[in-house]
Design a protein around this ligand. Sequence first.
Ligand code: MD3
Ligand code: FE
Length: 206
Amino acid sequence: KRVTLSPGATLLRGFALSHIADLWDALAPVLHAAPLRRMLTPGGRQMSVAMTSCGTWGWITDQAGYRYTRTDPTTQAHWPAMPSSFFQLACQSAEAAGFKNFRPNACLINRYEAGTRMTAHQDKDEGDMTQPIVSVSLGLPILFLWGGLHRTTRPHPVLLEHGDVLVWGGKARLHYHGVKPLEEGMHPLTGPTRFNLTFRYVEQAE
Ligand code: MD3
Ligand code: FE
């Protein structure tokens, strides 16, 4: 089932369900090579989300700011390659939502545990705002908060469930968004957690 949240924002409910086993198998070695970590915001607060990346570029935050890098600051190695199962699903999802030539070169991996949340923000470190972002939810459900172009617009809640894919482009690309704290629960695949994969196209960043 396909739902338009607002112009440019398409929810493909269950679109990843037939790919879950491949995604999960490919995720384990990525997390081994580039362990999840809770980074510091530029303001010095530790994020509640644990993150890592794969692909050419990885997103980091520290006291110096938010940015994409080619290497993982914790291992000093290049970020692990993006698994082909990740890449294929992201391309197919974007195409299903009307974005024909999306070729992501970064995948940010977020892990939520009970109580983990993400406050309202815009994603604008990628450089090229004409490219969409594709997000894939795995594991426990969460209430996503979909806002407007200004932080002051009251967000509306959307439940994101295991296997859901969202594509954000066009006017939706710069909307504020966040998630409510994850509720406790147990999922047969991910246990007490939720994973979110976001696929991005990052212009030369360094
Ligand atoms: C709308 N992640 O990684 S996914 C993020 O559930 C992020 O982990 C949330 O926000 C999560 O930046 C929300 C949905 C999402 C992702 C990126 C977007 C919505 C978006 C970029 C622009 C607009
Ligand atoms: Fe975001």
